[in-house]
Design a protein. Structure first.
Length: 334
């Protein structure tokens, strides 16, 4: 965009007009009317010069136009004497746009597999210039967001001076980092998130996201142009939530030892299941498949881990085919 025009006359030059026409910020016409050079040898050659200066600014357009060549051409039309035909002078010059070109990544640097509620994950943000970048980035703003099954617990210290704030209410967490300028260095920051209690096995697509914006200029240019933000984004890999596990063993009731899988008529044996609950609230029902002629007669013992409690305990036989133990709502507060 053309921002300013200045005409400087040599000591021996005067013109009858100075009309400036700006054509949609793409061309500019300076009409100086009739100009006379009263040059004399004693005044020196610089006395007969005419300088027209045009100040332009590169517009911060929507796209990143790094490396774009801006050709500039100037044409002067003049006549020598009132009856002479018009003649022209021309020259050209090219400018190359310099802009920042950034990239950002968000990576879990601790394990993301077989997690349960309460487990923590450390994420690392890296924001840096690419090989194409040719200028500092200004007004950098990095926003990290975790989804409904994670919560931000702790923030690391970015390698650049930054003001940060945290909003971790409920199960949603957001972290904002705002360095004013990112030069040739990288911004690196870690944060810790925890898996929340409402997670469940096979929860799909548990990811964190980082969005960053930045500008090619620090402020308005020449009072008329303000920075337009570029944006980059990255998403972490998904978390995998652990499935509950269960082990079944058979005991001889009288001696409380594991026996070979043989049973005599009217012999009482104990079937014991060991269940590792995921760290969440869940409806818990244990079913024993019983062959014809075998019946579940009693629940002899239920042992809860230190962090586990259940709201109910009932035994139901279903036509001698299934023994159902309903433990109600089982909670693992680990």
């Amino acid at each position: 965009v053309i921002a300013a025009v200045q005409v400087l006359y040599g000591q021996q030059v005067n013109c009858t007009a100075q009309a400036i026409t700006n054509t949609a910020n793409s061309s500019l016409i300076v009409n100086l009317g009739s100009c006379t050079n009263w040059y004399s040898a004693s005044a020196g050659s610089s006395s007969g010069t005419l300088n027209v200066s045009i100040t332009i600014a590169a517009v911060d357009v929507t796209a990143n136009v790094i490396g774009t060549v801006i050709p500039m051409g100037m044409v002067a039309t003049y006549s020598n004497g009132s009856l002479a035909t018009n003649a022209t002078l021309s020259d050209s010059y090219s400018l190359i746009i310099q802009e920042p070109k950034l990239t950002i990544s968000l990576t879990a640097i601790t394990s993301t597999t077989l997690l349960s509620a309460g487990d923590t994950i450390i994420y690392q943000i890296v924001m840096s210039h690419t090989g194409l970048s040719t200028a500092p980035a200004y007004g950098v703003n990095v926003v990290v967001t975790v989804g409904p099954f994670e919560q931000i617990l702790a923030l690391g210290t970015p390698t650049l001076a930054a003001s940060s704030s945290i909003d971790a209410s409920g199960s949603i967490g957001t972290w904002v980092i705002s360095p004013s300028r990112l030069g040739t260095c990288s911004l690196i920051a870690n944060f810790t998130a925890a898996v929340t209690n409402n997670v469940f096995p096979a929860t799909p697509n548990i990811v964190a996201t980082v969005n960053a914006s930045f500008s090619s200029t620090s402020s308005c240019v020449l009072g008329v142009l303000c920075g337009r933000p570029d944006r980059v984004t990255a998403t972490s890999g998904a978390l995998t939530i652990a499935e509950p596990t269960m082990a079944l063993s058979i005991f001889n009731t009288s001696v409380s030892t594991i026996t070979l899988p043989n049973i005599t008529v009217n012999e009482a044996v104990t079937a014991r299941v060991h269940i590792v609950l995921p760290r969440l609230t869940t409806k818990l029902i244990v079913e024993f498949g019983l062959p014809s002629g075998v019946e579940a007669v009693a629940i002899t013992q239920v042992q809860y881990g230190q962090q586990v409690n259940c709201t109910g305990l009932t035994l139901t036989n279903t036509a001698n085919a299934t023994g159902i133990i309903d433990l109600g709502t089982g909670v693992n507060w680990y």
